[in-house]
Design a protein around this ligand. Sequence first.
Ligand SMILES: Nc1ncnc2c1ncn2[C@@H]1O[C@H](COP(=O)(O)OP(=O)(O)OP(=O)(O)O)[C@@H](O)[C@H]1O
Length: 307
Amino acid sequence: MIDVDELTKEYGDVLAVDHLSFTVPSGQVTGFLGPNGSGKSTTMRLILGLDAATSGTATVDGRPYVAQPMPLRSVGALLDPGAVLPSRRAHHHLLALAAGNGIPQGRVAEVLAEVGLESVGRRRTGTFSLGMRQRLGIAAALLGDPPVLIFDEPLNGLDPEGIVWIRSLMRRMAAEGRTVLMSSHLMSEMELTADHLIVIGRGRLIADTSMAEFIAAHSDRQVVVRSPQVEALRRLLADRAGVRTDDVDGVPGLLVTGLEAAEIGALAAAAGLELHELTPRQPSLEQAFVDMTREAQEYRSDKGSTR
Ligand SMILES: Nc1ncnc2c1ncn2[C@@H]1O[C@H](COP(=O)(O)OP(=O)(O)OP(=O)(O)O)[C@@H](O)[C@H]1O
């Protein structure tokens, strides 16, 4: 279990993490979300003792990372896949990590196979693509068979097969009872992978909730409506509902909030307007996140406006 308590990090004038508290439980995948610069990587670095907190604490299974007797056996992390010497061969890189953490050498071949790099293990990492470096970073994280895994943007550089592979790896690790914390900007993938979400904005906690609750709480029910008489339809609906232009799929239409599809159909029929599409939109994490971010920005500008 990861415990973050009133964690705060200042870089000069920048408050990167601001009295942040949350718990990441075991047995599920927890997604870590926030707009660019919201403090996700900083929080992960603080949990891993790579940076010192200004105040507050972060512990893994009750101890700070630096106090773990065999860190790689306690926590596996992928933060910066570029942080490998380019002249090092992949399996030498892993052997060195294993030796420093009391991990049997045989484990190196196992994790190389697990991440699909067994055939290139003898190659120098400088010749690796971004996706291959990412896989090597994941191999390093898995090396000590740790109960806690922390992944910062693990999907970067991965091809579609790699993305599906990460999803099943994360799900399997959680099903085995491990604690899995992962950040990603790929919302559709996050929606398929995570059970729980920690959402931050400007270093502060915005949401700590299940995926289903987050989507339900932050996305409005919307209906996509297309019509050859789109302007007349807009005028008809504007008094009764939220109406935005929506040119998803390249066909101009309206995105209507606050009316059911049947109500829109009835109104259009009564006004003699022709409809070409009337589709309730399934709420998604992507939509919820965009809506939430908009709310968070309003919250932030309220709080931040000193002029
Ligand atoms: N070493 C550092 N020195 C100064 N400022 C830093 C440092 N590391 C991070 N910051 C600042 O802290 C804030 C949070 O950055 P952080 O990288 O943690 O965000 P993030 O949520 O991971 O962003 P992204 O989604 O873009 O990866 C940013 O304003 C960033 O510029």
